[in-house]
Design a protein around this ligand. Structure first.
Ligand code: SAM
Ligand code: SF4
Length: 332
């Protein structure tokens, strides 16, 4: 019998994010330092069988319905297509999605779609290759744009674009990015910059807020809030653009947190459950997996990890402490 991942505030986690690697081929300034980040040791990473087993336990024993693969950069994981295929064969079949920087999607979108991937979110912060280079420290703008086109052509729908605005770099691009996304049929979502960078350089005062983003978009477009209740547990608040049907979203994790409706559980690439992006504690499942624990024991450990989820991220507390692990290791 399925017994859900409930926390002590009554929230039920049905959406699992799995980080497949902490490595990446970009170095986005809000995520990673230029160099010097300590990678997870290979033997500590879950192998493909271990990942599929944990996803199976989540889906068959714990009521998880959505599985998103992320990282680091999940397209760098050699076994990705096989992992997706095996997860899509589970009963009940979860909805499967991917968050990626898009580099290499041009080559793999068709195979991922055929394996059972349902949806993709591609991160792109700018339309200008020179700004892309300053933001990511790599010259790969073209590859991302190509990856997005391939995702659409492969029939992955909807194709969402995740954008973080950084003051003085790309904060003047919000309406242009929206015009471009509308033209290509992508659903654009802005994400407020969160204190999850490895360098611990986040400053509240530097962050481009949801309010600023909406003001910039409203100068060119008419935005109508999506009808009440449409948001559900989704972190993005959405607006119809010029009456719809196209939409734009804003994920205001800092200024309008959505913790009360959170339905997420997270698994790091080295097999730790995190009950919140901002949690400072993790619960080890890899040790149990590798010591031969049965599914029921792993499910029990996972439930216990979620029960302890805090009411909120604590971002509004002046005593807020950034998690030890950066976003790239937790899985964004
Ligand atoms: N490499 C993939 C990518 O970039 O999409 C997946 C992992 S990345 C950590 C997941 C998402 O987190 C991306 O959309 C990225 O823009 C976002 N992200 C990373 N660091 C962030 C931060 N400090 N604040 C807000 N969003 C962040
Ligand atoms: Fe890599 Fe994604 Fe982090 Fe950028 S946001 S450095 S693409 S993991």
């Amino acid at each position: 019998m399925t017994s859900a991942l409930i926390d002590s505030y009554g929230r039920v986690a049905t959406d699992l994010r799995v980080s497949l690697t902490d490595r990446c081929n970009l170095r986005c300034t809000y995520c990673m330092p230029e160099e010097g980040l300590q990678w997870l040791a290979r033997p500590d990473l879950l192998d493909d069988d271990e990942i599929v087993r944990l996803v199976r336990i989540a889906v068959t024993e714990l009521g998880v319905r959505d599985v998103r693969f992320t990282g680091g950069e999940p397209l760098l994981r050699p076994g990705l297509v096989g992992i997706v295929e095996r997860c899509a064969a589970l009963d009940p079949r979860p909805r499967i999605s991917l968050t990626t920087n898009g580099i290499g999607l041009g080559r793999t979108a068709d195979a991922l779609r055929a394996a059972g991937l349902d949806r993709v979110n591609v991160s792109l912060d700018t339309l200008r290759p020179d700004v892309f280079h300053r933001l990511t420290r790599r010259n790969r703008h073209h590859d991302v744009v190509e990856g997005l086109a391939a995702a659409s052509a492969a029939g992955l729908a909807p194709v969402k674009v995740n954008t973080v605005l950084m003051r003085g770099l790309n904060d003047d691009e919000a309406p242009d990015l929206l015009a471009w996304a509308l033209e290509h049929g992508y659903e654009l979502r802005f994400i407020e910059q969160m204190p999850l960078d490895a360098q611990h350089g986040w400053q509240r005062a530097d962050m481009v807020t949801a309010e600023e983003i909406l003001a910039a978009l409203s100068a060119r477009y008419s935005l109508t809030p999506e009808e009440d209740g449409a948001r559900g547990s989704a972190p993005a608040e959405r607006w119809l653009v010029d009456g719809g049907p196209a939409r734009v979203g804003v994920i205001a994790s800092v200024t309008r947190p959505f913790c009360r409706a959170c339905d997420r559980t997270r698994l790091t690439a080295d097999g730790q459950v995190r009950n919140c992006l901002f949690a400072r504690e993790e619960s080890d499942l890899r040790g149990a997996l590798r010591s031969g624990a049965p599914d029921a024991r792993i499910a029990e450990l996972w439930r216990a990890a979620m029960w302890g989820k805090k009411a909120g991220s604590g971002l509004d507390d002046p005593a807020f402490l950034q998690p030890q692990r950066p976003m790239s290791a937790i899985g964004g």
